[in-house]
Design a binder for this molecule. Structure first.
Ligand code: SRM
Ligand code: SF4
Length: 518
């Protein structure tokens, strides 16, 4: 297939990031890290500050000199040894010692200095962790089933596929120049369970287990996006692939997106715009031409027939005598010493493995039944509970104004405080998933919450104040759908009362009787 030059915009005006990439590829800074560490952050050019996101180093305007470092944790699976190194780095080098679990089953370390970057990168690499291509115009952390290989009802164990894709896209963690000049970010989800546990619909490619002619493989969705411009669920490609065709298909889609995806306006540089420009048939034909073989149409028998779980609590594994224990991390944030304690728990009670979820929590797999009782009384489980209050359990929050360059409002602390207030006043029959995003970029996935909150500003008595737009009706798992805006510009100071009303009216919440003073 004839390709147009991916660096050439054929006369169109390039957006500033394309110009930065033209001057020097984003990934080139990997080889220059020693020099940046020597010179210090103040000597780094604006272009290189952007390029450093290609290797996971995010300059934070709110805390100049103290960086956020984003890892890649394919499918959310990491070893206790890896987590211990992450906790150790934070303990030794970070001023705030904070670690966030992200909505892509990933980790972000905070408060690190570029001056320490060489030592930090060496420690990560020594245990097989990489930060490469975790930001900007790259394939972001690949999300997958957090219970792959242990779910009694799973159809395909996707762990090898997730690793295969990660290796392909990052050249084994070393960095791939072939896949790191995409028009914009790119998200991939793959699950082999029956509950759509990693939100296929909000990814640029989503793989859903399906059966065709007695073979289990995947139906393919393409073009899902959430951002300030639009929220569009991924569309069926009308194609079925076998497990061994997953990585080749991803590579084909990425080449096509790289060569033909829009690069003029940054806001229109996502895959969905290419799909809308070409139509699914032309896009599908281009994928087949790149692959060199025809794709069968999507299988009729598709498996999203279970309700989606958050995996919090104690669940039996497919391995007899073992269970996994899902522990809830309030707003996805933990501290260095807690990361180290989690690593210890995984070793003492499990088999040295921890799995992160898209709900910003984690689970410890392979807990032998006879060890369960002792695990459940560990002091850390008073903080990371297997039985959290229903309002805390469904809470997801993006980073927000504390650290994020683009935030309109503060989210994490506010979300937690509000959940505690509501939990003290209301009894709920089931968890309500409340998703916070500090701006319309939608990192907290507000469109898929039962209630979604998007940061904005409004005027109260002539003063500009923090506010949110409220969405409702989002559904995950089977029959996933996006919520819609039901209230605009609700001042954050009024939010407790407004949410209380919505929880009572729509989610069966009941007010707790007020204790009378004696
Ligand atoms: Fe995001 C930009 C945090 C998941 C859509 N996102 C940012 C930046 C990098 C902005 C910045 O430089 O400050 C935020 C870093 C703040 C910080 O210090 O942590 C940021 N995004 C996050 C995380 C950490 C939110 C969280 O608390 O979990 C998530 C990291 C995922 C990861 O591990 O890779 C995160 N971001 C998402 C998601 C959800 C998802 O992928 O499932 C989305 C919507 C899905 C999508 O992209 O279609 C998302 N982030 C964005 C966008 C809008 C992209 C667009 O097409 O316009 C931006 C803005 C941008 O890229 O210019 C953005
Ligand atoms: Fe920042 Fe907005 Fe993303 Fe929240 S949604 S992390 S405020 S870019």
């Amino acid at each position: 297939m004839e390709r147009s030059c991916r660096y050439c915009l054929e006369g169109a005006v390039a957006n500033p990031i394309e110009k930065i990439k033209d001057e020097k590829p984003g990934l080139a800074v990997k080889a220059e890290l020693i020099e940046f560490a020597r010179l210090g952050w103040e000597a780094i050019s604006k272009g290189d500050l952007e390029r450093l996101k290609w290797i996971g180093w995010f300059f934070r305007k709110k805390t100049p000199g103290r960086w956020m470092v984003r890892l890649r944790v394919p499918g959310g699976i990491l070893s206790s040894e890896q987590l211990r190194v992450v906790g150790g780095i934070l303990a030794e080098f970070s001023d705030v010692k904070q670690l966030d679990i992200t909505t892509r089953q990933n980790l972000e370390m905070r408060g690190l200095r570029i001056e320490d970057s060489v030592s930090i990168q060496e420690r990560l690499e020594a245990v097989g962790l990489t930060t490469v291509q975790s930001g900007m115009d790259n394939v972001r952390n690949i999300v997958g089933s957090p219970v792959a290989g242990i779910d009694p009802d799973e159809l395909i164990d996707v762990r090898p596929l997730v690793q295969q894709m990660q290796d392909l896209i990052t050249e084994g963690g070393r960095g791939s120049f072939a896949f790191s000049n995409l028009p914009r970010k790119f998200n991939i989800s793959i699950t082999g369970d029956r509950e759509n546990s990693a939100h296929a619909e909000i990814n640029d490619i989503g793989f859903i287990p399906a059966r065709r002619e007695e073979r289990i493989g995947f139906n393919v969705l393409v073009g899902g996006v959430l951002n300030s411009q639009r929220a569009t669920p991924a569309l069926p490609l009308d194609a079925f692939v076998l497990p061994e065709q997953v990585a080749p298909l991803c590579a084909a889609v990425l080449r096509i997106y790289s060569d033909h995806g829009p690069r003029e306006a940054r806001t229109r540089a996502r895959l969905i715009y290419l799909l809308e420009d070409w139509g699914i048939s032309k896009f599908r034909a281009a994928v087949e031409a790149d692959l060199g073989f025809a794709l069968p149409p999507a299988a009729h028998e598709e498996f999203i027939d279970y309700d989606k779980r958050d995996h919090v609590g104690v669940w039996p594994q497919k391995q007899a005598g073992y269970c996994f224990v899902g522990l809830h991390v309030p707003i996805g944030r933990l501290w260095a010493h807690q990361a180290l304690e989690v690593a210890d728990l995984a070793e003492v009670y499990g088999q040295g493995e921890v799995r992160l979820t898209v709900e910003q929590s984690f689970l410890i797999p392979h807990v032998a039944e006879e060890k369960l009782e002792a695990l459940l009384v560990e002091p850390l489980l008073a903080v990371f509970s297997p039985e959290p209050n229903p309002l805390l359990r469904g809470l997801v929050s993006c980073t927000g104004a504390q650290f994020c360059n683009l935030a309109i409002i503060e989210t994490k602390e506010r979300a937690l405080k509000l959940a505690h207030v509501l939990a003290s006043e209301l009894d709920l029959p089931q968890p309500v998933r409340i998703h916070w995003s500090g701006c319309p970029n939608s990192c907290g996935q507000p469109q898929i919450g039962d209630i979604g909150l998007i940061g904005t500003r409004t005027k109260v008595a002539g003063q500009s104040v923090d506010a949110v737009d409220i969405l409702m009706g989002g559904q995950v798992g089977r029959e996933a759908r996006f919520g819609e805006v039901v209230r605009e510009g609700v001042p954050c100071d009024e939010l407790a009362a407004v949410l209380k009303g919505l929880l009572i009216e729509h989610f069966g919440a009941e007010e707790r009787p007020v204790a009378l003073a004696s």
